[in-house]
Design a protein around this ligand. Structure first.
Ligand code: SF4
Ligand code: FES
Length: 282
């Protein structure tokens, strides 16, 4: 009789535990965090480590990773800085989609298992940290600054302003919101197949300066992007614009830049034809 009572008590306790467990799961008080681990200097192999992490409604994936790093395994490598979607450091693949870890709440992801992997198209340094050298090289190859001879300060007493109308600013404004997080670059199938292709971020930045009426280097920017690894490699998959966390539309920038390029070469052709005509008449 006592044994029967004990079994019943154990069953009740087990059911109670199960109910508690399912309540915890449905309320998402804990999640399973799967973290990609690899140290390129030590080995070529990689694996996933799993951590059980407590979460609140407002916990971001970055918070969850930092909890795991602080209390469970301090060797996890993560890159982050601002924690407010401004510095562009914490990009990673979260449940298969490139996102900013500080801008992605656990509650947004309808899964109890959250898998964090490094961004594709970047060589891995360690764990979730990729090497951005090529990415930044592509960015700086676009000369991402205003070229304008009149901007040189020759006489400090005779300074002039570049006055722009709101419409002038609107032409390039959304492209200036880029934080260089590399999410678009990681989502681009053309980058995956050709590392010399500058990628959506760099091309959108080239357009940002072409569209800025203070810049007078359109022709040289066109020469930078118009080559066999350049702008024509874009197959307009559009995934860059889908993953951008700042509302930039790099795919649109690329199409507008192509438009400029085509009209430029048409103008050049017309110019060459009229020159030949004029020279022929002489
Ligand atoms: S365009 Fe968007 S996704 Fe690409 S680097 Fe800039 S902010 Fe990041
Ligand atoms: S930590 Fe700066 S963008 Fe996420």
């Amino acid at each position: 009789m006592t044994a029967l009572v004990n079994i019943k008590n154990n069953q009740t306790k087990l059911e109670g535990d199960k109910k508690k467990e399912s309540r915890i799961k449905s309320n998402r008080e804990v999640i399973q965090l799967r973290v990609y681990r690899k140290n390129s200097k030590q080995s070529k192999s990689s694996h996933f480590d799993e951590f059980t992490v407590p979460v609140q409604r407002w916990t971001t994936v970055l918070d969850a990773l930092l909890h795991a790093k602080a209390y469970l395994d301090n060797s996890i490598a993560i890159r982050y800085s601002c924690r407010m979607a401004s510095c562009g450091s914490c990009g990673m693949k979260i449940n298969g989609i490139p996102r900013l870890a500080c801008y992605t709440k656990v509650s947004e992801i309808n899964e109890n298992i959250i898998t964090c992997e490094p961004l594709p198209n970047f060589p891995i340094i360690r764990d979730l940290v990729g090497d951005f050298s090529d990415f930044f090289q592509h960015h700086s190859s676009m000369e991402p600054f205003i070229h304008n001879q009149n901007a040189d300060i020759v006489d400090k007493n005779n300074l002039t302003e570049f006055i722009q109308s709101p419409e002038d600013v609107e032409n390039y404004l959304q492209f200036s919101y880029c934080i260089k997080c590399g999410l678009c670059y990681s989502a681009c199938p053309s980058v995956a197949s050709d590392t010399k292709f500058p990628g959506p971020q760099a091309l959108a930045q080239a357009y940002r300066y072409v569209a800025d009426n203070r810049d007078d280097a359109t022709r040289s920017r066109m020469n930078i992007v118009d080559n066999k690894h350049g702008i024509w490699r874009c197959h307009f998959a559009g995934s860059c614009s889908v993953v951008c966390p700042k509302g930039v539309d790099p795919a649109l920038g690329i199409q507008l830049l192509r438009g400029h390029l085509v009209s430029f070469s048409k103008n050049d052709k017309k110019l060459a034809e009229s020159r030949t005509r004029i020279l022929g008449k002489r």
